[in-house]
Design a protein around this ligand. Structure first.
Ligand code: ATP
Ligand code: MG
Length: 633
């Protein structure tokens, strides 16, 4: 794996330079390491202005051949997936590359026998078991476009996503168990399908053994279809720019957008980023705790690890079942070397008894990663010291559903890190900061709208069925750039720190303040577990800072507490950012991927809680009631 893996900081600087000067050569060099049915005519064409970026046009390939077939000779017996089910004591199940290949070929034949063809959309609403990967890969093998919907979504959210892409088939389970909870996936699917006329067939994979209803002629069992089906399947050769999948964003800022990713560019980008950011080696055991229903699961549980021929873990349960030591138990059990999770999980586990960590031997760990939100410094240090024993590089990876793979991040052990910073761009990625008028900030040190100046292979090719929204969201505001929607600060070393979403930026007395840094300062208070800040209308300042905090103990003296918080803010940021109002809450409104939905808090803070907008992706709507009823001081 040494080839195309950067090994030192000096090397990084050289490779980065080349990748920016000669991007087509750089990406073509790496793309050549894959199996193609036909080579491409043009490495890159199209532009951000036109919203028609293409990579490897004319090339033909199948991504699944590159994930599986390509490894059979050398790694057929190697474990592709280790499955860790909800119940910790259940039998261990591992799947080799050879077996996975067989299962995918069989299921590809099943899909074809049900009339699914290249270009058809297939919705997948499943538990986190190897079958979710098999379903997705079988779609990709026959050229059908998968749309995985996170299994925590409601019937309405599932129906919305099926309708948006006119899916022809739904693949689901009877149900799933997460912790002690049963989620009746088939029942939820039945409800969703009352309003989805495009769905012709439903395949049900038996898993939780819960009772379900059956619609003859529409529903069929996975295991019955898989009997007596051939293990041979010839993968469909796809154009590099044919769609591979549609995936909806998490909906933190509004109605989810169905991102379209294509076969060639997605393959090249996810594979390259995994091997370089994580510095993965042949015998590593790689564990990304995300759900396959999010982009992190697509790129770093399914496609990225398989493209690199490594062994990965598919984890069905939750970090706190049966107790808050579960993640560390699994690390010990499988000698996990690479562990990738979200700050929200780290913050939740940090407040538990440290004995849950100390009980387990974590010495197999080599690299730790985070994704999804800015990680506050306190959580970063806890992760570093308690989980990594001060010896594992932490990669704080910034990227989006739209980007396909990691964009700004340290390369483990290669890039010197700074807590709270996503650090430097990956090769082939040219970030820039723009002021609100669209002028590029040319000084190294600065703050502004984070944009990307050059096309990279993984950039979203569209919002399904809505080119206008695609152009408006990413390309029209600052022509020639891809707009990320995130605010960012660059320090004197050129290191990038995400300051929060631009939509969430506060404007206090003319000063623009990002949410991340203020929250970082508040989280440093020993009684604060997590916080979220938003602006509220203020007569004099325009906006004041409103801080919602979750505390780990009762606050007897709110005024002193507020002063202490404001001292921390003054010390690390500026007195301008001091909180005018503080409210203690038991939870924060979060999306189903664990991110704070600040726009809901903003409405509450402004006294407009009657009109919350689209909150269908909210995990815990009940907390909104509590927050609305609570009082600030
Ligand atoms: P929507 O676009 O529908 O509002 P979303 O942005 O939450 O949803 P995702 O694509 O899952 O959907 O999340 C990407 C966003 O997550 C980024 O734009 C950024 O705001 C945040 N993010 C991801 N990783 C990091 C990180 N390492 N540091 C800071 N922020 C991050
Ligand atoms: Mg987004």
């Amino acid at each position: 794996m040494k080839e195309h893996t950067i090994s030192s900081f000096e090397d990084y600087k050289k490779v980065y330079q080349k990748s920016i000067e000669e991007p087509e050569d750089f990406w073509a060099d790496y793309a050549k390491t894959f199996d193609w049915h036909e080579p491409w005519d043009k490495v890159q064409s199209g532009s951000f202005e036109e919203g028609n970026v293409k990579w490897f046009e004319g090339g033909k390939l199948n991504i699944v051949e590159n994930c599986l077939d390509r490894h059979l000779e050398e790694r057929g017996d190697k474990t592709a997936f280790i499955f860790e089910p909800n119940q910790p004591d259940a039998l261990k199940r591992t799947i080799s590359y050879e077996t996975l290949h067989e299962e995918v070929c069989k299921f590809a034949n099943v899909l074809e026998s049900k009339g699914i063809k290249k270009g058809d959309r297939v919705a997948i609403y499943m538990a986190m078991t190897p079958e979710i990967a098999i379903a997705a890969l079988a779609c990709a093998r026959i050229g059908a476009v998968h749309s995985i919907v996170f299994a925590g979504f409601s019937a309405q959210s599932l129906a919305d996503r099926i309708q948006d892409c006119d899916a022809k088939m739904l693949i689901t389970n009877d149900g799933l168990r997460r912790g002690n909870k049963l989620v009746p996936l088939k029942e939820i699917s039945d409800e969703a399908l009352e309003n989805c006329p495009t769905i012709e067939s439903v395949i049900v994979c038996q898993h939780a053994d819960n009772e379900i209803e059956w619609e003859e002629g529409r529903d069929e069992w996975w295991h019955l279809l898989m009997r007596n089906v051939s293990k041979e399947h010839e993968a469909v050769a796809m154009d590099a720019e044919d769609p591979l999948f549609i995936l909806y964003t998490s909906g933190s800022t509004g109605k989810p957008k169905g991102q379209v990713h294509t076969c060639g560019g997605y393959m090249v980008y996810t594979s390259y980023t995994l091997r370089n950011v994580f510095q993965i080696e042949e015998d590593d055991v790689y564990w990304c705790t995300a759900d396959a229903g999010w982009i992190t699961g697509h790129s770093y549980i399914i496609y990225g690890p398989l493209l690199n021929g490594v062994s990965g873990i598919i984890f069905e349960s939750t970090p706190t079942y049966p107790d808050p030591g579960r993640l560390w138990e699994v690390v010990e059990k499988y000698d996990v070397t690479h562990f990738y999770t979200a700050p929200t999980a780290i913050r939740a586990l940090m407040k538990e008894d440290i004995d849950y960590v100390h009980r387990y031997d974590l010495s197999s760990l080599k690299v730790l990663g985070t994704v999804g939100e800015p990680i506050n410094e306190e959580a970063w240090h806890w992760y570093d010291e308690e989980i990594g024993n001060g010896e594992c590089p932490i990669v704080d990876t910034w990227w989006q559903t739209e980007t396909a793979g990691i964009m700004i991040s340290p390369l483990a052990g290669v890039t010197p890190t700074k807590p709270g910073f996503a650090t430097l761009p990956l090769p082939g990625i040219e970030p820039a900061l723009l002021d609100d008028e669209g002028n590029e900030i040319t000084e190294t040190k600065g703050q502004g709208n984070l944009v990307i100046s050059n096309p990279w292979p993984g950039v979203t090719r569209g919002i399904w069925g809505n080119h206008e929204r695609y152009m408006d969201t990413y390309f029209n505001k600052f022509p020639g750039y891809y707009l990320t929607g995130d605010g960012c600060r660059r320090d004197e070393d050129g290191y990038y720190r995400i300051t929060g979403r631009v939509d969430d930026v506060l404007n206090v007395s003319g000063h623009r303040l990002g949410t991340a840094e203020i929250e970082d300062a508040i989280d440093d208070h020993k009684k604060v577990v997590e916080s979220a800040v938003v602006g509220y209308p203020h007569d004099v300042k325009g906006e004041g800072v409103f801080a919602f905090t979750i505390c780990n103990q009762d606050i007897d003296d709110p005024e002193t507490f507020k002063e202490e918080i404001n001292d921390l803010i003054t010390e690390t940021i500026s007195p301008i950012a001091k909180a005018g109002k503080v409210q203690i809450v038991s939870g924060l409104p979060k999306t189903r991927s664990g991110k704070i939905m600040r726009r809901v808090l903003r409405k509450v803070a402004a006294g407009e809680a009657d009109d919350l907008g689209d909150i269908s992706t909210l995990l815990n709507p009940e907390v909104v009631e509590e927050i609305r009823a609570g009082e600030a001081f």
